[in-house]
Design a protein around this ligand. Structure first.
Ligand code: KG4
Ligand code: ZN
Length: 339
């Protein structure tokens, strides 16, 4: 079965083609990072316009890489939530047209669930139940997945997402967008000591599995304001340690409480080398992490998620909509259960 996955939720125009849920025939990503750099963040209108300009070329390149003609595609899939509405609409319209033109079924996919499926594109696949940690520019989510259709949200961020805090700190400290990969690199190359920061909700019993990154961002910012001559490396390393350690601690606490030892990490921040090293040291858990190239937004993960969902035999009607936030709040993930 050949599935095409279309992803335009933020600043990547991406199309992947995956065979039988495991073999990546093509995975083309046209990134807009250079265009958004000068604004130190993603400008929604620019993002939508660039998707519109690029998507036909990305599709043509994906078919070329896969070495197939369009009639070989069995299923069309597209991320329709959450994300920037104008951007999602470009991918959604493209998918609807393709479905009508090729007369093939269509499945919408939740972008965050799609991220988890980057791990199903590896030789060794996660088994259920697993604890999922989705960490990206827009989300910080701790969940329990019991099947391909059953997700229970256990924790989320109460304010900023972890990737967002990397990007915002980079902005106030005068570093380039996106801050995550750059701060990761700086910290990897720096062996010295660091400024200690406390992450939000660290020992908060009422929010055992929730996260908060806004206070950490403010603390880093005020420290920098008060100590303009402080070494940047020390501040960045302190921030990264605080930001990442709390992710690991809360994932481990959920693992202890539930007895679930299978852990699946996903999203852009899953590329972070400090986080990957720490998770790999956790010998009491079986930790799955995507290949670095599949951590960031891409279409192959969407196609893979749709492959597993398509086993239910249910598809989406062509009048589906797009949503900036998961439709119905976090509970919307649970709707997957009804399939
Ligand atoms: O999943 P993604 O590509 O897009 C969203 O769905 O948001 O994630 C992008 C986010 C950005 O905030 C970026 O700074 C962060 O992932 N990121 C990283 C690293 N690589 C990307 N954060 C920390 N360390 C990294 N190596
Ligand atoms: Zn993403």
């Amino acid at each position: 079965m050949i599935v095409i996955g279309i992803e335009t939720s933020c600043d990547e125009t991406a199309i992947g083609i995956v065979k039988d849920g495991k073999e990546i025939l093509a995975n083309v990503v046209s990134t807009q990072i250079e265009e958004h750099k000068k604004y130190a963040g993603v400008v929604p209108e620019i993002a939508s316009r660039l998707h519109l300009q690029k998507i036909n070329f990305v599709y043509a390149e994906a078919l070329k890489q896969a070495g197939i003609s369009p009639d070989k595609i069995d299923l069309i899939s597209v991320n329709n939530q959450p994300g920037l509405v104008g951007s999602l609409m470009v991918g959604a319209s493209f998918a609807k047209t393709l479905s009508m033109d090729l007369n093939k079924p269509l499945l919408t996919v939740n972008h965050l669930i799609a991220h988890l499926y980057a791990n199903f594109l590896k030789e060794e696949k996660p088994s259920f139940p697993y604890i999922g940690l989705v960490i990206s520019g827009g989300h910080t989510l701790l969940l329990i997945a019991r099947s391909h259709h059953d997700y229970e949200i256990v924790g989320t961020t109460l304010d900023d997402a972890v990737g967002e805090s990397y990007d915002k700190i980079a902005k106030v400290l005068g570093l380039e967008y996106p801050g995550g990969p750059l701060i990761d690199k700086i910290c990897r190359e720096y062996q010295g000591d660091f400024i200690e920061f406390t992450p939000g909700l660290k020992n908060d019993k009422k929010n055992k599995y929730n996260f908060s990154y806004s206070g950490l961002k403010t603390a880093v910012f005020y420290y920098y304001k008060k100590n303009p001559n402080a070494e940047l490396n020390k501040i960045l390393k302190g921030f990264q340690i605080a930001a990442v350690n709390v992710l690991i601690e809360k994932t481990a606490a959920l693992s202890d409480a539930t007895g679930i030892k299978e852990i699946v990490i996903a999203g852009g921040v899953a590329a972070n080398s400090y986080l990957r090293d720490l998770f790999l040291k956790k010998k009491d858990m079986k930790v799955h992490m995507p290949d670095i190239t599949l951590c960031m937004d891409n279409g192959a993960m969407t196609a893979c998620a749709a492959y597993y969902r398509s086993r239910s035999g249910l598809f989406d009607p062509l009048d589906f909509d797009v949503y900036s936030k998961p439709k119905g709040g976090p509970a919307a993930y649970l709707q997957e259960k009804k399939i």
